[in-house]
Design a protein around this ligand. Structure first.
Ligand SMILES: C[S@@+](CC[C@H](N)C(=O)[O-])C[C@H]1O[C@@H](n2cnc3c(N)ncnc32)[C@H](O)[C@@H]1O
Length: 278
């Protein structure tokens, strides 16, 4: 008989096992969403006790990657929430234009669709060759897809309308080559993309960026973790750099929100103030 509900103690035990064996601590992930995902994992693997979960991990049956794949929500789209991209072209691109070279960080980039979407718009505005795009995620499986730049053709066809709503000037199909059921993004787009595993909860900042996009990631964390990750993102921004969180996030609770100037309320676009008081 499999477990059909999880108590707080069960969840704590699972968190502790993962932390000790995989050095992966998801204690700050929003508990209700985490419980749902854990229950799904338990059902899928047919565990009848937390002990079996532990056994599968210590035995090597359930790898760190497999666990991460179950815990992390990797849903993403090309030109997801197209109006955010449109706003970026209007508000952020003029600032980026002033640099001979600039850096963009996609924190929690999942399988990379957001990166290719931005790269297309950067190209259309003559900015792509000046851009270095960094894509990071805790889940190394999705990063492999991001690096390949290969998606299903049906997915690409679905996003033509999103591309146009983002301000795209041509046709999305100009940016990939179709082969059988797959679409391979043009290599020009990913020439200056770097992909790397990075845990926003644990790893430090690794560069200074003119633009950071971190959409649909903080919603999975509790307030303490959101505070911690927001501090990391802001520390990683160049003075006057932009932070794009998208319309699902809020920072109303954030302890140092005076470090940011609100640029767009709906799409949560912020600009780092130049002088930050302690
Ligand atoms: C829902 S996806 C969002 C993808 C993309 N930003 C978008 O809006 O379409 C959330 C991503 O955050 C990643 N993630 C979750 N916890 C993370 C952490 N601690 N550090 C880095 N990435 C994390 C997940 O693996 C997942 O790929």
């Amino acid at each position: 008989m499999t477990i059909t509900s999880l108590s707080d103690t069960d969840l704590e035990q699972m968190i502790s096992i993962s932390k000790h064996i995989f050095d992966f601590d998801f204690s700050g992930y929003a508990p209700e969403s985490l419980k749902r995902r854990m229950l799904r994992l338990i059902e899928k693997w047919g565990f009848s006790s937390i002990y079996e979960f532990q056994y599968a991990i210590t035995n090597g049956e359930l790898s760190r990657e497999a666990l991460l794949n179950e815990i992390t929500v990797n849903v993403t789209d090309m030109f997801r929430d197209p109006k955010v991209f449109y706003k970026i072209t209007k508000v952020v691109f003029p600032y980026l234009e002033s640099f001979p070279e600039f850096k963009v960080w996609h924190a929690g980039c999942s399988s990379g669709q957001e990166m290719y979407s931005l790269a297309i718009l950067l190209k259309e505005h003559g900015l792509l060759t000046k851009t270095l795009q960094y894509g990071t995620d805790i889940n190394t499986e999705v990063l492999k897809t991001a690096e390949s730049g290969i998606y299903s053709i049906s997915e690409m066809r679905k996003y033509s309308a999103n591309y146009l709503s983002s301000g795209g000037q041509f046709s999305l199909s100009d940016y990939y080559t179709a082969k059988y059921q797959l679409a391979k993004m043009n290599s020009e787009l990913k020439k200056k993309m770097v992909f790397s595993s990075h845990n926003l909860v644990k790893n430090p900042s690794f560069n200074e960026f003119q633009l950071i996009m971190c959409r649909n990631v903080l919603i999975y964390f509790d307030r303490d973790l959101q505070n911690k990750v927001l501090s990391l993102l802001i520390d990683s921004l160049a003075p006057y750099g932009y932070l794009v969180l998208g319309d699902k996030e809020t920072i109303s609770f954030y302890k140092n929100k005076e470090q940011l100037e609100l640029v767009d309320k709906q799409y949560k676009i912020y600009r780092k103030k130049a002088i930050v008081s302690d």
